[in-house]
Ligand binder design. Sequence first.
Ligand code: NAG
Ligand code: NAG
Length: 224
Amino acid sequence: MVASSASSLILLCLTVSLLLLLLPLPSHCADPDPLLDLCVANLTASTSSSNFPCKLPSEVTADDFVFDGLSKQGNVTNLFGVAVTTGNVLSFPGLNTLGLSMNRVDFGPGGINPPHSHPRASEIGIVIEGKILSGIVTTKNVYYGKVLTAGQVFAVPRGLVHFELNLGQTKAFFFTAFNSHLPGSTVLPLSLFAAAPSIPMEVLTKTYLVDEDAINAMKSKFVF
Ligand SMILES: *[C@@H]1O[C@H](CO)[C@@H](O)[C@H](O)[C@H]1NC(C)=O
Ligand SMILES: *[C@@H]1O[C@H](CO)[C@@H](O)[C@H](O)[C@H]1NC(C)=O
């Protein structure tokens, strides 16, 4: 009796495992899968979903699948000495529904792409020029950092806080790709000190365990 119920249990487990194997593999895309060959975004049409409606097929041209925006160096004359040029669905509508996008990041000497995260995508980047410290912090607050030079590739898991710093005395730049047509970017210093309207002072003083003067000193750096 015991042996028979044990063998039924084994049979049940085997059947369930087999059924699980036969199920389609889960999708690991950050964005939903495309349903059409082409769906060039019509950015002027209103949208209530994460994908833009498609342009009329008769209006699609070869230029919809080409983007020149990353060919030029960005302007790094700013607070951080960095310029992030985005090639996402908003600047490159041909990416609509493809779950892909690319950025170019230029640095002046010593420039920093400050700690930030991409809520909707993992990232892969390749350094083209310069010497860059690339760092990641996990949700357990473990820091991983490495100095990279031309040709080296780095990866950033989705949503994790990360930064890049140009350690060289000359300009530097890299290209990155994302598994989302609109990865989004939360830049920590700007979220905290340059939000509009401002985050209430009491929240910031209690968060950083400092007085209002210290917070105001931080905020004064981020007036644009
Ligand atoms: C984009 O959408 C708008 C509003 O729905 C429509 O009037 C226009 O014809 C569309 N443009 C293209 C190129 O499909
Ligand atoms: C770069 O940005 C700075 C600051 O906004 C501006 O003064 C300068 O004219 C810009 N340079 C170019 C080449 O556009």
